[in-house]
Design a protein around this ligand. Structure first.
Ligand SMILES: Nc1nc2c(c(=O)[nH]1)N[C@H]1C(S)=C(S)[C@@H](COP(=O)(O)OP(=O)(O)OC[C@H]3O[C@@H](n4cnc5c(=O)[nH]c(N)nc54)[C@H](O)[C@@H]3O)O[C@H]1N2
Ligand SMILES: Nc1nc2c(c(=O)[nH]1)N[C@H]1C(S)=C(S)[C@@H](COP(=O)(O)OP(=O)(O)OC[C@H]3O[C@@H](n4cnc5c(=O)[nH]c(N)nc54)[C@H](O)[C@@H]3O)O[C@H]1N2
Ligand code: SF4
Ligand SMILES: [Mo]
Length: 712
């Protein structure tokens, strides 16, 4: 061996000796890409990088957010000690002081105002174990009915729509691996290219294999560029679009009558309704041409297989549930579900968007997708929790409605875990005032977010690098996130924090967990026999099998790759089609002389939700340093707005200031603002407080506003 080769091997060995590898999963979107943090010690300095790790869903790919996630996790602003507000300033305190203060205040408030004066606000970015425990914490430790979570702002309408139509809600009815083999795809209000980037190869492959892709979005995006047809719809008119497509499919006799007869109810009512509609009116309502209507309807119905994917563009509407159901009508009428390469996908958003909506954080829900209003379900869970059924509180209210109850004065205190509602809720000025009104606010976070700044006590949580647990990804695949990175400072895992607060409140015997796995063991039993049945899943299996798709009712069953192959989940085995009236959106705000533009909101690739994490990451922050308004140059000209200048955007609820970004990719009657920024750049100061009547989803995707220049 030459001297040079020896040196090469010596260097390599040295490097390996000083390198540590931590397995984890990305803290951001629902793809839950598996990854590894590589720690290299160079002299006395540590350097970090993140690389992808192979797994069945993301195949080892990462997007720019995942690659830079460690930058926020290792950021020096991470909270490392509990903070307590004293004379209006935050002072670091011990856990002992923080927990004792929480106990005293919670007990005092409940003594004076009753159990329901306390409320809990949770998240779909925590593990299944923590989501499960948060539900138990609210009902058993605090004995309050007021618990809800940020998923109410995210996927509530997709979940409710699927439950109503299919009888059960798992985001994807098929595995992700079926996408490349389908013949036609509708992407309705989803921007996967920026929001789930590592899913893109499945769609690119489908296209290579000849699939026809139809994208529905008021803007051209990196996703619509993939499509063969882009339906550049007027915001909020997707129901009319879906009904128009169905009318054409029925008139051209392209529907699957045998499937409809065998597997669905209510088709005749739906048929009578859509046939009564006038297509010319629908054309003007949606802004889509007659040719586009005929082409899309014909291709979708004629191909032997097809899939429909929806996301927040059609779901975050005050008639989001009905919008989802209108699209499900299309799948059912054409028989494109329950078969290979045909099915539905509501693309989940947060890392645990799926699992966190199954195990009891929702106001009306108990673990395993059980109902808090069903006597049998209540009894089952009360037995698992070893409490009396009559001690289980009733159903509470949705996320935004909790703030209304604070305003009314019946909620006095809130415990917020892993969410930043001052930025993410509609009517954000009101939400901030409501939180300020509370007599006692506890926030559990990684950082001093805009919400945490309003708290009386802030508790430091561990991050994705440190906290082990399971997440249910976009496919419905339960995955185990390993986590072995050392805990920073005196932070604690969310599940430990819940157990410790519960213990202080005298509920120790219900919260005796020594690890996340112990909580999962209880969750398995709590979910057993429910719709989201995890009983057959164990940590051991998750490690061996790279994840399992639920339902998985016993340890010797493989999990369920494709849903509804034999029957839907309603009692009679049939899906319920629904008459969805074009007028169902009547309550939506209408453009007028005062507010002449549609305002829609959403995301950009480099930032995540309220930006609390991604704005801490220099590599991501550098890509988009501030909020902006995407506006068509002709619209901008009309209102005297120049490129790259500050613009005031006003709605009935408030005003914000953002920078103009001209784009011919957006409709002339529509403006788009992402929601990743705070204070005067927080677009939710403009969004109204109307909610979907079925699932209480706010209308993030359709407000009306006006624009005016600030500087020229
Ligand atoms: N980079 C990034 N990725 C993310 C997130 C993030 O914050 N940043 N968040 C994660 C989460 S929690 C979620 S829920 C998902 C969200 O994922 P998506 O729902 O895909 O993202 P959005 O940008 O909110 O909205 C999608 C599209 O809907 C369009 N749209 C607006 N109004 C309408 C309408 O009336 N009709 C139709 N058909 N389309 C409309 C918008 O123009 C936008 O392109 O992304 C996840 N991934
Ligand atoms: N205008 C508009 N508004 C929207 C939307 C939209 O499209 N338009 N989308 C909505 C959607 S889909 C969603 S999902 C919501 C999201 O809304 P939020 O839940 O408010 O968003 P996040 O930024 O994820 O907030 C998470 C907070 O928890 C902290 N955190 C991160 N990881 C952990 C952890 O492991 N433990 C703890 N304790 N804390 C942690 C972060 O620092 C951050 O402060 O926003 C909604 N709001
Ligand atoms: S943000 Fe989503 S796509 Fe990107 S690395 Fe993370 S999990 Fe994967
Ligand atoms: Mo979301």
């Amino acid at each position: 061996m030459t001297e040079l080769m020896l040196k090469y091997f010596r260097d390599k060995q040295q490097k390996a000796q000083s390198e540590k590898v931590y397995d984890t999963q990305c803290p951001y979107c629902s793809m839950q890409c598996k990854m590894q943090l590589i720690e290299q010690k160079i002299v006395s300095r540590k350097q970090y990088k993140t690389i992808g790790k192979d797994n069945p869903t993301s195949g080892g790919r990462l997007c720019v957010k995942g690659m830079n996630a460690h930058q926020h996790a290792l950021h020096n602003e991470r909270l490392k000690q509990p903070l307590m507000r004293i004379n209006n300033e935050f002072v670091p305190v011990t856990w002992e002081v923080a927990l004792e203060t929480i106990k005293t205040n919670f007990q005092e408030i409940q003594k004076n105002h009753g159990n329901n004066a306390l409320s809990v606000y949770g998240s779909a970015s925590i593990t299944n174990e923590e989501a499960y425990l948060l539900g138990k914490f609210a009902r058993v430790a605090l004995q309050t009915k007021y618990i809800d979570y940020n998923g109410r702002l995210c996927m509530a309408s997709a979940a409710t729509g699927a439950n109503m139509t299919f009888g059960m809600d798992r985001g994807f009815t098929n595995t992700i691996n079926e996408i490349p083999n389908t013949r036609v795809i509708i992407l309705a209000g989803t921007n996967i290219a920026e929001c789930q980037p590592t899913i893109m190869p499945y769609f690119e492959k489908a296209k290579e294999n000849g699939a026809y892709i139809i994208a529905i979005d008021p803007r051209e995006t990196s996703t619509t560029k993939l499509a063969d047809m882009h339906l550049k719809i007027k915001p909020g008119s997707d129901i009319a679009l879906a009904n128009g497509l169905l009318k054409i499919m029925i008139e051209k006799e392209l529907i699957d009558t045998a499937f409809i007869m065998k597997h669905t109810n209510h088709f005749d009512e739906v048929k009578n309704y859509v046939l009564s509609l006038n297509l010319d009116e629908i054309v003007s309502e949606t802004g889509i041409t007659m040719e586009e209507f005929y082409q899309s309807a014909t291709v979708f119905a004629s191909e032997p297989s097809g899939m429909i994917f929806t996301a927040r563009g059609i779901e975050q509407q005050i008639n989001g549930t009905e919008t989802v159901r209108a699209f499900l009508n299309l799948l059912l009428a054409t028989g494109k579900i329950g078969k290979p390469n045909s099915g539905f996908g509501a693309i989940t958003g947060q890392g645990n968007g799926q699992g966190a909506r199954e195990h009891g954080q929702k106001a009306d829900q108990l673990p395993g997708y059980r109902s808090i209003e069903n006597k049998v379900d209540r009894k089952y869970i009360a037995d698992v929790w070893e409490i009396k059924e009559e001690d289980l509180p009733d159903k509470g209210v949705s996320a935004y409605e909790m703030f209304e109850h604070i305003e009314k004065g019946d909620i006095k205190s809130m415990f917020i875990m892993c969410s930043n509602p001052v930025i993410s809720n509609p009517n954000a000025n009101f939400v901030k005032k409501a939180l300020e009104k509370l007599s006692f606010l506890v926030v559990v976070d990684l950082f001093l977010s805009e919400t945490a700044q309003l708290a009386d006590i802030v508790l430091p949580a561990t991050s994705y690098l440190e906290d082990e647990g399971t997440f249910t990804n976009v496919e419905g695949r339960v995955m185990l996130r390993e986590a072995s990175f050392p805990i920073q400072g005196n932070a604690k895992h969310d599940w430990q924090i819940l157990s410790e607060v519960a213990t202080r409140l005298g509920k120790e015997k219900y919260f005796t967990y020594g690890s996340a796995e112990e909580i999962f063991e209880e969750l398995r039993v709590a979910s057993r026999g429910g719709k989201a049945d995890y009983y057959g899943i164990t940590y051991d299996r998750l490690r061996k099998e790279s994840g399992v798709l639920w339902p998985c009712p016993s340890p010797d069953t493989p999990g369920t790759n494709r849903l509804f192959e034999k029957r839907f989940a309603h009692e009679d085995g049939k899906a319920k089609m629904a008459v969805v009236k074009n007028e169902s959106g009547e309550r939506k705000p209408k453009i007028n002389s005062q507010y002449p533009l549609y305002l829609t909101t959403g995301r950009v690739m480099s930032h995540y939700l309220t930006g609390e994490q991604t704005r801490k990451s220099p590599s991501l922050a550098a890509r988009n340093v501030e909020a902006y308004i995407e506006i068509h140059p002709e619209t901008a000209k009309k209102y005297g707005i120049k490129q790259n200048k500050l613009v005031k955007v006003t709605s009935e609820k408030g005003w914000i200031i953002v920078r103009s970004q001209f784009s011919e990719a957006i409709r002339k009657d529509t403006i788009f603002i992402p929601f990743h920024w705070t204070e005067k750049q927080n677009v939710n100061r403009l969004v109204g407080d109307q909610l979907d009547p079925f699932c209480r989803m706010p209308g993030f995707k359709m407000s009306v506003a006006r624009v005016s220049p600030i500087t020229n």
